[in-house]
Design a protein around this ligand. Structure first.
Ligand SMILES: [Ca+2]
Ligand SMILES: [Ca+2]
Length: 435
């Protein structure tokens, strides 16, 4: 009964991968489609706080330039959808009836955070030169008319290295893990738990969060969006409302909120309606379905640490400082707390850490700490605070690096996470006359 019987083999062929056909273009194309009702929501339309929280841990992959505004912010310039390649019909204006047709195309793929400094995406999203790829968090519509085009330093990251990838060879194992240039401190971004064992059930509800067509972020969790085919070992098929640009998006279990996999391919996005492009709409049980690589794929899962920092460290200068929450010359033995998230499926015990700095003006005090037992998905700081002081000769007003060396149990190894902490110039007290 499918209105469009596009060959289901497309799920396994690079020719139907989901890169948005924008900007420097891959030779590979990108399919997407609506099943039943269009479940896409802009962030400002989403009423579920849990889904919004998950969205903050997702990112846009962008090859286009970012403009440095010189004040800690950057500007993203977008393209109108009418100027990008719409799979499979080409550069055609979207029909006026298409939702979001006045929003800018800002990137070409999607990703999500699986560790403090590791983004997961689809392997085919890494075409071209890796150094041109930016990983941008918190790209969304502020309201119906306003895309968030000016982003902060902490929303923008670059690739340090590809720590693993599996080009789609037909098995559906289309994944890549990229180490970023530093831990992510974008507001609300935390490592997302992924399914590590077992299998989602046929008919279970799923949702996708990412950047269809490279637009500002969309959340698509329909009540009738489910696992439609669960027979393949490395992938499942679901009727997710997704477009080119959704490649690399996290697919979530609607019940548990954990990541079940990575979307990588599917049905075609658009059909020609006269002289404009209209979304390919098929019934919930029609079309080819969207291909989702299971997060349980061993090569992928083995590279994701079971715990890592969840956001920036928290400073406490109230005990031996001036309690203003800032690092300034009046403070000594500044307490620093690192939230760490357990993304394993098991309770985690025995996580320890050490504090250091490459800056000789930063002097650790209490440099060792241990984390309490952590339930799956929970975030904790250590049982006791790390402390450090900064020598007076530091040029206050410039940031200092602090490094958390986090050791995981069960041969999980030790990894360093370096954060830059802002310091404050001494404030000159000013007295104002009272009239
Ligand atoms: Ca739908
Ligand atoms: Ca202070």
């Amino acid at each position: 009964m499918a209105a469009f019987t596009i060959c289901t083999l497309r799920l396994s062929f690079p020719a139907v991968l989901l890169v948005a056909g924008s900007l420097p273009v891959s030779a590979e194309s990108t399919p997407k489609v609506i099943y039943g009702t269009d479940d896409r929501l802009d962030w400002h339309e989403e009423t579920h706080p849990e889904r919004l929280a998950l969205a903050r841990s997702t990112c846009l992959l962008r090859r286009g330039a970012v403009v440095d505004n010189g004040d800690g912010t950057w500007t993203l310039n977008g393209l109108p959808p009418s100027s990008v390649w719409l799979e499979p019909i080409g550069v055609v204006p979207l029909c006026e009836t298409e939702r979001f047709n006045d929003q800018p195309v800002l990137g070409d793929c999607s990703g999500f955070l699986v560790a403090s400094d590791i983004v997961a995406t689809a392997s085919h999203c890494l075409f071209g030169n890796l150094e041109f790829v930016k990983f941008v968090f918190n790209v969304y519509m502020i309201d119906e008319n306003t895309p968030r085009l000016v982003i902060d330093d902490q929303d923008l990251y670059f690739a340090d290295e590809v720590i693993g990838r599996m080009p789609n060879d037909g098995s559906g194992e289309d994944w890549a893990l990229i180490r970023l240039d530093r831990p992510v401190t974008s507001p609300g971004a935390v490592p997302l738990p992924t399914r590590r064992s077992g299998i989602i059930g046929l008919g279970e509800k799923v949702g996708v969060i990412g950047h269809p067509l490279g637009l500002p972020g969309k959340i698509a969790w329909g009540d009738d969006t489910i696992v439609r085919d669960n027979t393949r070992p490395s992938q499942f098929i679901a009727n997710l409302d997704a477009y080119g640009g959704n490649s690399g998006s996290a697919v979530f279990n609607q019940t548990t909120g954990i990541v079940e996999g990575i979307i990588f391919g599917g049905e075609v996005d658009y059909v020609l309606m006269g002289n404009c492009a209209a979304t390919n709409v098929v019934p919930n049980d029609g079309g080819a379905g969207e291909g989702v690589m299971r997060s349980t794929v061993a090569g992928f899962q083995s590279l994701i640490p079971v715990a890592s920092p969840a956001g920036p460290p928290v400073i406490d200068d109230s005990a031996k400082g001036n309690g203003n929450g800032l690092i300034d010359p009046d403070d000594s033995n500044i307490e620093i707390l690192f939230p760490v998230r357990n993304v394993d499926e098991k309770t985690l015990t025995g996580v320890t850490g050490a504090l250091s700095s490459t800056d000789p003006n930063v002097v650790p005090g209490d440099a060792n700490a241990a984390w309490p037992s952590m339930d799956p998905g929970s975030t904790h700081t250590a049982d006791t605070s790390f402390t450090f002081s900064i020598k007076p000769e530091h040029d206050f007003g410039t940031p200092v690096p602090v490094t958390l060396s986090l050791t995981l149990p069960d041969n999980g190894g030790t990894r360093d996470y370096t954060f830059m902490l802002e310091t404050q110039k001494p404030v000159e007290t000013q007295y104002w006359g009272i009239r």
